[in-house]
Design a protein around this ligand. Structure first.
Ligand code: APR
Length: 170
């Protein structure tokens, strides 16, 4: 599997599956979540509501992933995952790693061969980039998957550099 780093907007990525940094409600939010629903259109939210009603009435647990259509996005699917909120007193890195392995499992079930990840949990959820990047890179590298390309789409220079360092050290 190839791992690529791209500086840009995840909603511009022409891949099979775009990963959403969602929250457990699956009802949208800011950041990546807001951009995906805004650009993807109302069909994504409609499917998220159905998933909530039929499979996750209490909300999607942290570290799990579910797939929906991608609406108007240049992708076939959106795979929504809920990252951990960073905690200084509790190591939640296993949950962040789980986001990546669960997304790749969902991608394999769909037959997706190219997957674009944002830097999950490093925005509103406050996970320091220098801690999140190695967890994300190592989880992807360790995954047993048929996905051929994983693309990390970094929104700014700081995130790009953190992932560049993590990839070089992996
Ligand atoms: N494309 C790529 N990366 C983006 C984009 C975008 N359009 N918008 C923001 N980012 C970056 C942020 O700079 C950050 O590095 O994605 C990373 C994740 O930030 P968030 O989107 O805030 O996601 P997260 O930290 O996982 O928090 C999730 O935020 O938007 C709400 O509903 C969401 O409650 C959930 C929480």
């Amino acid at each position: 599997m190839r791992i690529e780093l791209v500086k840009g907007d995840i909603t511009d990525q022409q891949v099979d599956a775009i990963v959403n940094a969602a929250n457990s409600s699956l009802l949208g939010g800011g950041g990546v979540d807001g951009a995906i629903h805004r650009r993807g259109g109302p069909g994504i939210l409609a499917e998220c509501k159905r998933i909530r009603a039929e499979r996750w009435p209490e909300g999607l647990p942290t570290g799990r992933a579910v797939a929906t259509i991608a609406g108007r996005l240049p992708a076939k699917w959106v795979i929504h995952t809920v990252g951990p909120v960073h905690s200084r007193s509790e190591d939640r890195s296993h949950l962040l790693a789980s986001c990546h392995t669960e997304v790749l499992k969902a991608a394999d079930e769909l037959g997706a061969k190219t997957v674009a990840f944002p830097a999950i949990s490093t925005g509103v959820y406050g996970y320091p980039l220098e801690l999140a990047a190695p967890v994300a890179i190592n989880a992807v590298k360790a995954a047993e998957t048929q996905v051929e390309e994983v693309r990390f789409v970094l929104f700014d220079e700081a995130a790009y550099r953190a992932f560049e360092r993590a990839l070089a050290d992996a």
